[in-house]
Design a protein around this ligand. Structure first.
Ligand SMILES: *Cc1c(COP(=O)(O)O)cnc(C)c1O
Length: 361
């Protein structure tokens, strides 16, 4: 048997041979970034930073315990009230991150003998949540309602409870789930619904649909860190009792909640920020002759990891930061550049991106 370091070295060499090894890099200066998820430019907003600073001084650096012990500091209540209001639900619960939220929500609501129907492109943390729950996972083709309907007809009867899980705006494709159709199928087949709004919040408003649980993150358009669930009071009470990532994990630092609260306030007061991010994306799709962008995310699909890496390097030479996204984050054969637009991008910066993209496409 190889020792552990040898084992890891061989595994990494195999990844490297397929151009799939990943590295942590430092922040990139001097390039215009179309790579991060700070869609509304709130991560460095002076008001968001000041709210965190004041809270850091008042409450200290950490929550000091799980929320169920003594970590439920006073900033959770207003933050959860704000999230529930934004999502128009009775109640909300904040988690340590979006990843932890999906892990906790899914494993609290379903278990062995239950089934989760998940979109083929649903985020890894939803799939990990299903694994943790012990429920059966059945995946439907991306946004394919005929396929979901067929799978429900064939399989729903064999399980006790069923949950349909999808994203509102898909993280690597920027397209949107047909939420009203999903809700109608859920109703017809006695199933519950969970929608991950990590990339919609603050940028695109969901179409009206009866969704049981909305989840999302405070790390993208809200510029900070943390995850959340919004649902009926009873569902939230169940999560407080059963979501393992809440029960067995320390609460978020108070300053993180204070910054999130400030960011959500700005998001609500200044809706033009989201509109502007979306307009930038649409200007690029129009310039490239692509279908209009539906969100602030635009994939430029290139196929192989090599092609995506090369395009990323070429854009870098033009002063533009766009990250190559490779399997397993996206399906094999669909390596891509994932472009994300911000409210704070200038028209000139978007023009520079368009010019750079024209040289590689
Ligand atoms: C980023 C993301 C998450 C995880 O959120 P974090 O707060 O970063 O842990 C969950 N779902 C989707 C769709 C995401 O894009």
């Amino acid at each position: 048997m190889p020792n552990l370091a040898q084992h890891c070295s061989r595994q990494l060499a195999a990844l490297d041979a397929q151009q799939l090894q990943r590295h942590l890099r430092g922040p990139v200066d001097g390039l215009v970034s179309f790579a991060d998820n700070d869609y509304l430019d709130l991560a460095r907003d002076a008001r968001v930073v000041a709210a965190g600073q004041a809270s850091l001084v008042e409450y200290g650096a950490g929550a000091m315990a799980s929320r169920l012990v003594t970590g439920n500091h006073p900033l959770y209540a207003p933050l959860e009230a704000k999230l529930a209001a934004l999502k128009k639900t009775q109640a909300a619960l904040v988690f340590g991150s979006g990843y932890l939220a999906n892990l906790g929500i899914i494993s609290a609501l379903v278990g062995p003998g239950d089934v989760v129907f998940a979109d083929k492109l649903a985020h890894a943390c939803m799939l990990d949540g299903v694994q943790l729950s012990g429920a059966k996972l059945i995946r439907f083709a991306h946004n394919d309602m005929a396929h979901l309907s067929e799978l429900l007809k064939k399989n729903r009867g064999q399980f006790r409870h069923a949950l349909i899980a999808t994203e509102h705006v898909f993280s690597m494709d920027g397209d949107m789930a047909p939420l009203a159709e999903i809700a109608a199928l859920a109703y017809a087949h006695a199933s519950w619904t969970l929608v991950d709004d990590a990339h919609g919040l603050g940028v695109v408003t969901p179409e009206p649909a009866e969704i049981d649980v909305w989840m999302g993150t405070l790390s993208k358009a809200a510029g900070g860190y943390g995850g959340y669930a919004c649902a009926a009071q009873e569902v939230i009470d169940m999560l407080i009792n059963r979501a393992r990532s809440v029960v067995f994990s320390t609460g978020l630092p108070p300053a993180v909640c204070a910054s999130a609260l400030a960011a959500l306030g700005i998001m609500e007061a200044e809706p033009a920020r989201g509109t502007r991010a979306l307009q930038h994306a649409r200007r690029v799709t129009q310039a490239l002759g692509l279908p209009p962008a539906q969100s602030a995310i635009l994939p430029i699909i290139l196929g192989t990891p090599e092609a995506a890496l090369k395009a990323s390097e070429q854009l870098r030479a033009c002063g533009v930061l766009a990250i190559a996204i490779r399997p397993p984050t996206v399906p094999p054969g669909t390596a891509r550049l994932r472009l994300a637009f911000h409210a704070g991008h200038s028209d000139a910066q978007v023009d520079r991106l368009i010019a750079a993209l024209k040289t590689i496409l």
